[in-house]
Design a protein around this ligand. Structure first.
Ligand SMILES: Nc1nc2c(ncn2[C@@H]2O[C@H](COP(=O)(O)OP(=O)(O)OP(=O)(O)O)[C@@H](O)[C@H]2O)c(=O)[nH]1
Ligand SMILES: [Mg+2]
Length: 236
């Protein structure tokens, strides 16, 4: 399975931890528990190119942590910068977060996200969000609370990382390109089927696709059969 290190930065309380945790728990957490330093969590997505993992480095937005942030960014493949659309100051801070990223991991794909967009007290309107434009980044309005656009930033990063535009979330039963090839060419490269959970994890599993056909057998009492059927089977 492909896996990428993604760093999530932005001022404190913009919603970074609640966003990442929502992919793991499926729930929105209302309370605010400040992140100390960094927490690292793995999340994965079923996509049109198979299952893809992101190792999410959820970094504290506390200004007191500034000195140690650089160390967490090293080795990142991509980044999410988050601000809170109900708090103008968090949008003003975006430039600083971008500069830090550009200094430590220059050139990595970055996506900008405005969080809490379901909140009626929105202060940063869509027309004033322009930071991303000149820098060639993408921007998404998101809301963890109302599940709005949640996967979009990850799918965008996946496309940039793979220099593609067509990678999308897969829908159950998670058809991948490898499976589609099987349909088209009647052959399958099992090494590419990494989205079939546990398929290749069983050490006893035989990867030979020419497995014998097993027909279920039902035992019956010949007395129960009608006479025509008995004749065909030579049971009379
Ligand atoms: N209304 C609303 N509130 C949200 C949303 N996402 C997060 N929050 C709230 O924002 C607060 C802060 O969320 P956290 O995820 O802990 O913030 P953080 O960015 O990780 O903060 P630090 O760890 O201090 O850097 C919490 O009370 C969340 O419930 C959202 O989509 N809508
Ligand atoms: Mg946090």
């Amino acid at each position: 399975m492909k896996s990428y290190k993604v760093v999530i930065v932005g001022d404190k309380a913009v919603g970074k931890t609640v966003y990442i945790d929502s992919f793991i728990t499926g729930e929105f957490m209302k309370s605010y528990i400040q992140t100390i330093g960094v927490t690292v969590k793995d999340i994965d997505f079923h996509t049109s190119i198979g299952k893809v993992g992101f190792q999410c480095w959820d970094i504290s937005g506390d200004p007191k942590m500034v000195g140690i942030v650089d160390g967490f960014l090293i080795g990142a493949d991509c980044a999410i910068i988050m601000f809170d659309v109900t708090d103008r100051q968090t949008y003003r801070s975006v430039a600083g977060w971008y500069d830090t990223l550009s200094r430590v991991v220059p050139g990595i794909p970055v996506v900008l996200c405005g969080s809490k967009t379901e909140d009626p007290n929105r202060k940063v309107g869509p027309s004033s969000i322009i930071f991303h434009r000149k820098r060639g980044l993408s921007y998404y309005d998101i809301s963890t609370q109302s599940n709005f656009n949640k996967e979009k930033p990850f799918i965008y990063l996946l496309n940039v990382l793979n220099k593609r535009k067509d990678i999308a979330l897969a829908t159950p039963p998670y058809e991948s390109e490898a499976i589609n090839e099987q349909k088209d060419n009647s052959k399958i490269d099992l090494s590419k089927v990494d989205n079939c959970d546990n398929f290749n994890e069983n050490p006893n599993h035989n990867n030979n696709t020419n497995l014998p056909l097993v027909i279920p057998i039902t035992f019956f009492d010949p007395e129960d059969l009608n006479s025509d059927f008995k004749k065909n089977l030579n049971l009379n």
